[in-house]
Write a protein that binds this ligand. Structure first.
Ligand code: NAP
Length: 277
C-alpha cells in the first residue's frame, strides 16, 4: 500500500505535497532508480534543478514510474547563468526537454544573486511562462525578505514558494515570517541537516524512542508540524519509506521545546544572498 503526503495550498490556487523527494547529488542513472522506488512508495513530489545535472534521469524515472503525469508535482530550478529575460525562457525549455515534460509544476529561481540584479527581469519572464502554462506555479529559492518585497513591488506577482535551508539548527524565523506575511509557502532544503550531528543527538534519540520513530522521522515531523514543506533526499528504499511515514504521529509541546534548543539563532546557515553558485 502506498502512503501519500498531505498537500499544502499555494497562493495561486494550486497545492503542493508537503513532503517531496530531494535529488541532489544523484546522477542520472541513480536518480532514475530512486524516482521509480520513491513513486512506488507514494512520493508524488520530486525536486530537481538544472544545477544538479540530473533532469534527464528524473524524466526517465517519471516515465518508468507508470504514475499519471497529473498526479505528480515536479519542481525544477533555473540556474544562475539563465537569469535574465530571454535566457530564462531558454533555461526552462532546456529543462522541459531533459525532463521530457510539457510543463513543470513549480519553477524556482535557484538563488537571487543580487549582485547581478537580474532576478526581477527573470521573475517577469517567469510570470509569462506561467501564463503560457509551461510552469504551473512559480517561486523562488534562497530569497531574503528584501528580495521578495522587491519582486512584489515591481511586478505585483507574489512567489508561491520560497525554498530555503531550514532544519532544527537553522530555523530562519525572520525569513519564515516574511514568507508567511506575503502568503508564500516555505519549503525546507537540507531538512535533515546532512553533515551535522543532528541525527545522532541524544535529545533527538529520546524523542524518537518516545514515539517509536527514527530521529530522521522526528525531524521531518518537526518540519511538517510547523507547516513547512520538506524535500529529504535518500538513496535507500528503507529511508525513503521512513521519510514519507511522518504524518501519523504528533510531537508534543515538550518535544518541540526540546527541539527549539537546537537553534543556532539568526545568521546560522548558508548566506541566502551570497551563498549561490
Ligand atoms: N534550493 C537550494 O539551494 C538547495 C540546496 C541544497 C539542497 N536542495 C534540495 O534539497 C534536497 C534535500 O537536501 P539535502 O539532500 O542537502 O539534505 P537532506 O535531504 O536533509 O539529507 C540528505 C542526507 O541524509 C541522509 N538521510 C536521508 N534520510 C535519512 C534518514 N531517515 N535517516 C538518516 N539519514 C537520512 C541521506 O543519505 P542516504 O541517501 O544514504 O539515505 C543523505 O546523506 C536536495 O536533495 C535538493 O533537492 C536545494
Amino acid at each position: 500500500m502506498t502512503t501519500l503526503a498531505p498537500t499544502v495550498p499555494l497562493n495561486d490556487g494550486r497545492s503542493i505535497p508537503q513532503l517531496g523527494l530531494g535529488t541532489w547529488p544523484l546522477d542520472d542513472a541513480q536518480v532514475e532508480q530512486v524516482v521509480v522506488t520513491a513513486t512506488g512508495l507514494g512520493y508524488r513530489h520530486i525536486d530537481t534543478a538544472v544545477k544538479y545535472g540530473n533532469e534527464r534521469g528524473v524524466g526517465a524515472g517519471i516515465a518508468a514510474s507508470g504514475i499519471p503525469r497529473d498526479e505528480l508535482f515536479i519542481t525544477t530550478k533555473l540556474d544562475g547563468g539563465f537569469q535574465g529575460e530571454d535566457r530564462a525562457i531558454a533555461g526552462l525549455e532546456g529543462s522541459l526537454e531533459r525532463l521530457g515534460l510539457d510543463a513543470v509544476d513549480l519553477l524556482l529561481i535557484h538563488w537571487p544573486l543580487p549582485q547581478r540584479d537580474e532576478y526581477v527581469s527573470t521573475w517577469r519572464t517567469f510570470i509569462r511562462l506561467q501564463e503560457q502554462g509551461l510552469a504551473r506555479s512559480i517561486g523562488v529559492s534562497n530569497f531574503l525578505p528584501e528580495h521578495l518585497d522587491r519582486l512584489v513591488a515591481e511586478t505585483g506577482v507574489t512567489p508561491a514558494v520560497n525554498q530555503i535551508q531550514i532544519n532544527p539548527y537553522i530555523v530562519r524565523e525572520e525569513q519564515r515570517a516574511a514568507n508567511a506575511r506575503l502568503g508564500i509557502v516555505t519549503e525546507s532544503w537540507s531538512p535533515l541537516a546532512p553533515g551535522s550531528d543532528l541525527l545522532s543527538d541524544p535529545r533527538l534519540a529520546a524523542i524518537a524512542l518516545e514515539h517509536g520513530k527514527t530521529p530522521g522521522q522526528v525531524v521531518l515531523r518537526w518540519h511538517s508540524q510547523q507547516g513547512l514543506v520538506a524535500i529529504p533526499k535518500s538513496q535507500s528504499a528503507e529511508r525513503l519509506a521512513q521519510n514519507l511515514d511522518v504524518f501519523g504521529f504528533s510531537l508534543t509541546a515538550e518535544n518541540l521545546s526540546t527541539l527549539a534548543e537546537f537553534s543556532e539563532g539568526p545568521g546560522a546557515g548558508v548566506d541566502s544572498a551570497t551563498g549561490g553558485h
